[in-house]
Design a binder for this molecule. Sequence first.
Ligand code: JQB
Length: 227
Amino acid sequence: MKIDVITIFPEYLAPLSLSLLGKAQSSGIVDIKVHNLRDFTNDNHNTVDDTPYGGGAGMVMLPEVWAQAIDSVIQDGAEIIILTPAGKRFNQKIAAGFSSSTQLIFACGRYEGIDDRIRQYYSQPEFQARNIKVHEASIGDYVLGGGEVAAMVMIEAITRLIPGVLGNPDSLTEESHNAEGYLEYPIFTKPQEWRGISVPEILLSGNHAEIAKWRTQQAQKRAKDNF
Ligand code: JQB
């Protein structure tokens, strides 16, 4: 999977080259490249924004600069992901869907966001014919200063689902048996008693059927307590 991140703050994305993702990158499973939007400007001031038509506060990112950057990386089959608080809420199902893509392009805006014509332009029939799709995504109902952190969240959630990226494939198989994509019962490790609190006896019994039953009960209790 090729991942291209476009931003005016490429240093924000530095953690992508660390640890697990770094290993997946050196093994060639994922190829993450971060691009500085300012490299695609055409004026002496490296301008990336201008005032909004119709008035209002703040600045809007220029479509031509974004198109120059996207055009420099785009391949057939690309998923262009525009981060915006108004986008479709990202979740585990969407992560699983993106995990089999050949190219993800993350457009990380700042200020009040990117001129809407970028979404419109790459949604046109000539791009559809190349299996290129545009998505507007949000990671949750709160306002961030820009798309960089949201892109990092999505990249971690998506890439850990690619075979060979996660250290322990067994844990992924277990997770995938659950609709939410994660374990929902409480877990324990050594020591058996810690600061006066014991591990539930059932987990020491070796009775796997009873343990499975207990875990289901606990998951249901947790789900109820969360509301
Ligand atoms: C600029 C962003 C998010 C990208 C995700 C999430 O666009 C804006 N509109 C109103 C106020 C502030 C902004 C700032 N901004 C680009 C940009 C915010 C993404 C974002 C996001 N994905 N919250 N905020 N869940």
